[in-house]
Design a protein around this ligand. Structure first.
Ligand code: PSV
Ligand code: MN
Length: 397
C-alpha cells in the first residue's frame, strides 16, 4: 500500500511525464582534467557509439529523447556531417538536441573568438556560428547553445568595452540567421579558461546580450558557473520574471565548474531551482526551458553516471512538484516563517522514490534502471567491443 494518496500519485505521474532532460554526447567520451585522462574501455570514441549509449540511457530512463551535440567533437566537418547524424538518429531512436558551437579549441582563438581584436578571426568565429545555425536547421534542432570561452588573463591587456561591442554585433548577426522557432542560448561563466575577465561572466551580461541580439535569444544557466555562495534560484526567478530563461546545463560543484553529478553535493539547491520553475508554471508565467545536463565523468562509468544523473534529476523535479504551493503562499503572506520553511523543507525530505518507481513501471520502464543496466550486459559488451581503442575524443575538459 503506497504512502501517497491517489491525488498525489496522479500529480506525480503528470510531473514525471512532463519532465525530459537532454544528455550531452561528451558525457560518453573519454575526458579528464588538465593533469591527465583515465581512459575507460567502454568510452565512446565515435558519434555512432555516443548515439548507441544515448539510446541505452533512453531505454532505461524513458526521459532523455535528445542528445546535445558539440560541433567540432561530433561534426568535425561541420554541416557536411549532418546527413550522417540524421542516419544515426534514425538508427538509434535518439534525436539531436542543442547544437553547441566550438569556439575554444582552434589555435586561431588563442586571444579570443567573437571578441578577438583581429577582425579576421572574429569573422572566422562568426562563420562557425552561422554554420552551427545551419547544422541546427538541417537536424531540426531548436537550440543553438553558445558558451563563449573569450576573456583575458591580465589587467590592461584588452579593451573590455570594445569586446562588448564586437560580441553584441556577432550575436545580432547570428540571431538574424535563426529560423522561426529556433533559439540562441547564451551561457555565462565567471572564469576559465580566462582568469582575469571573461566576456560573458554572469547572467546580467548574458541577459543584456540576449535582449540586444533579438527575441529568439535567451539565457542559459549552467549551475557550475557561479561564484561560491551565489543564490542561483534567485537568478532563475529573475530570468523567469524578465522572460529570458532559455535553459539549464545541470551539474554539481563543490568548488567551481567541477562537472559532478547533479545533486551529489547540494540536492537542496536543485530542489530550490525546480521549485521556482514549478511555481512559475502554477502562476501561468510563460516560459519554455530546456533542461540539459553538462557533465563529463572522469571516474564513474559513463553510462552508469548518466542513468544515475537522470534518476536524480527526476527525483528532485518530483519533490519540487509536490510542494503545496497554495499553502506555502498563505504562509508566506502571513510571514509564518517557521511553518513556511517546514513545509518547504519537509517536502524536500519526502522520499519520493517509490513514486518514481511507480511511474517507471506504469510507463513500461525498468523499476530500477541502474540495476537493469548492470543486468542487461550493455556495458560489458561495449567494453569488449571498444576496449583497447583508448583514444581521447574531446580535447577539452
Ligand atoms: C564550459 O565550461 C561548458 O559549460 C560549456 O557549456 C561547454 O560547451 C561545455 O562546458 C563543455 O564541456
Ligand atoms: Mn555548460
Amino acid at each position: 500500500m503506497s504512502q501517497f494518496n491517489s491525488a498525489t500519485t496522479e500529480r506525480a505521474m503528470q510531473a514525471l511525464d512532463a519532465f525530459q532532460i537532454e544528455i550531452p554526447s561528451w558525457g560518453f567520451a573519454n575526458t579528464g582534467t588538465r593533469f591527465g585522462k583515465f581512459v575507460q574501455p567502454a568510452a565512446a570514441s565515435t558519434l555512432e557509439e555516443k548515439f548507441s549509449d544515448a539510446a541505452e540511457v533512453l531505454r532505461l530512463t524513458g526521459a532523455t529523447p535528445t542528445m546535445a551535440l558539440h560541433v567540432l567533437w561530433d561534426l568535425p566537418n561541420g554541416k557536411k556531417d549532418a546527413a550522417k547524424v540524421k542516419e544515426l538518429e534514425e538508427k538509434h531512436g535518439v534525436r539531436s538536441g542543442s547544437i553547441n558551437p566550438n569556439l575554444f579549441q582552434d589555435q586561431e582563438y588563442k586571444y579570443g573568438s567573437l571578441c578577438n581584436p583581429s577582425a579576421e578571426i572574429r569573422a572566422l568565429a562568426l562563420a562557425h556560428m552561422f554554420d552551427s545555425v545551419e547544422i541546427a536547421t538541417q537536424l531540426g534542432s531548436r537550440d543553438i547553445s553558445l558558451w563563449l570561452p573569450d576573456g583575458s588573463n591580465y589587467p590592461g591587456t584588452q579593451s573590455m568595452r570594445k569586446r562588448i561591442e564586437w560580441l553584441a554585433e556577432a550575436l545580432q548577426a547570428t540571431h538574424s540567421k535563426l529560423k522561426p522557432g529556433q533559439r540562441l542560448l547564451v551561457e555565462y561563466k565567471p572564469f576559465e579558461p580566462a582568469f582575469y575577465h571573461t566576456d560573458i561572466a554572469d547572467w546580467g551580461m548574458s541577459a543584456h546580450l540576449a535582449r540586444e541580439a533579438g527575441p529568439q535569444a535567451f539565457v542559459l544557466v549552467d549551475t557550475g558557473h557561479h561564484y561560491q555562495g551565489q543564490n542561483i534560484e534567485q537568478i532563475v526567478a529573475w530570468l523567469l520574471h524578465i522572460g529570458l530563461l532559455g535553459g539549464f546545463h545541470f551539474n554539481d560543484r563543490r568548488y567551481a565548474d567541477d562537472d559532478l553529478t547533479i545533486g551529489s553535493i547540494d540536492p537542496y539547491q536543485v530542489f530550490r531551482i525546480f521549485h521556482e520553475l514549478h511555481a512559475a508554471k502554477a502562476d501561468k508565467l510563460p516560459h519554455d526551458v530546456a533542461y540539459m545536463i553538462d557533465q563529463s565523468h572522469n571516474l564513474k562509468g559513463k553510462i552508469e553516471a548518466a542513468v544515475q544523473t537522470v534518476s536524480t534529476a527526476q527525483e528532485l523535479w518530483l519533490k519540487a512538484a509536490l510542494v503545496d504551493r497554495e499553502e506555502l503562499g498563505r504562509l508566506q503572506e502571513k510571514c509564518d516563517l517557521v511553518a513556511a520553511e517546514e513545509l518547504f523543507r519537509g517536502t524536500f525530505w519526502t522520499d519520493v522514490r517509490p513514486l518514481v518507481v511507480e511511474w517507471r513501471v506504469a510507463r513500461g520502464l525498468p523499476a530500477d534502471p541502474l540495476k537493469a543496466l548492470r543486468k542487461d550486459g550493455y556495458v560489458t559488451r561495449i567494453e569488449r567491443e571498444r576496449g583497447g581503442r583508448h583514444s581521447v575524443v574531446n580535447s577539452y575538459a
